[in-house]
Write a protein that binds this ligand. Structure first.
Ligand code: SAH
Length: 250
């Protein structure tokens, strides 16, 4: 029986892969990867390594999660080193916990290799620090993909009242609802807001606005996925702190 490495691939820029992740990728017999994991990482694998794509888009899975769990398990029975490569960090809306639990219940050993999460890195590449002295003392990372199934947890909008930074993942399709809800709970309409798409890659684009006008701007900009939403005063720092030049690499 093999070992499974539940591995964070980072947010897009291949150089944001951790040294540990790179080491297991180079040693892998099979790599089971998502759409959000930069496919260039696969070029680092040894020859003969098998690749299995189990892509998913904004919470919509090409393969249902229980089938993904089973694919990982079956590969662990066949191979020594199984790398499950997931976009960003495996435990930040990555369902890595469910995969680990499935393996644990079947006696398969695993390691978690945390990754650089898009929730922090993508704002950073757009010149937006999620906290900043005197401006924001905390931040939340929230799903923008509201559970349709009432049995699942729903976002508690009352908790969004605090004057802090909120990062919504998987929320682009729900942007009108998110901004409406935030205004309804009393956030000022002028609250700065950024939508950043394909962050940390050469396709990175940002749309900057307020809770009131961001929807219109996003519609006109034809924003691509993946994209995340940052709400809060830290967005204003972008003007001063912007640094990342698309198409320029070390
Ligand atoms: N585990 C991942 C998040 C998975 S949820 C992580 O830690 O980053 C998927 C959501 O992440 C997308 O819907 C989008 O909101 C966000 N996302 C991931 N990569 C992104 C990128 N390069 N640019 C913008 N948003 C990204």
């Amino acid at each position: 029986m093999g070992k499974v490495y539940l591995t964070g691939a980072g947010p897009g820029d291949i150089d944001l892969l951790t040294v540990k992740a790179l080491r297991v990728v180079r040693n892998a017999d099979v790599i089971i990867y998502d759409r959000l994991a930069n496919a260039d990482i696969l070029k680092e694998a040894k020859s003969g390594c098998e690749f299995i794509y189990v892509g998913k888009e904004d919470g919509l899975h090409i393969l249902p999660q229980d089938e993904i769990n089973e694919v990982i398990y079956q590969n662990a029975l066949k191979h020594e080193t199984v790398v499950r490569l997931k976009g960003g960090d495996p435990f930040v809306f990555g369902r890595g916990g469910e995969e680990a639990k499935y393996l644990k219940e079947r006696g398969i050993s695993y390691e978690i290799i945390p990754g650089v999460t898009s929730a922090i890195a993508v704002p950073a590449y757009a010149g937006i620090p999620v906290t900043h002295r005197g401006i924001s003392v905390s931040f939340k990372v929230v799903t923008g993909h509201e559970a349709r199934d009432k049995k699942q947890l729903q976002v508690d909008w009352e908790l969004m009242k605090a004057d802090e930074t909120i990062v919504f993942l998987m929320g682009l399709h729900n942007l009108p609802k998110i901004t409406k809800n935030l205004i309804e709970i009393g956030k000022p309409k002028e609250t700065p807001c950024a939508v950043i798409s394909r962050g940390t890659t050469s396709d990175q684009r940002s749309v900057i606005g307020t809770l009131e006008n961001i929807n219109e701007k996003v519609k006109n900009a034809k924003v691509q996925r993946p994209a995340l939403i940052v709400v809060g005063k830290v967005v204003d720092l972008k003007q001063d702190l912007e640094w990342f030049k698309v198409n320029e690499r070390l």
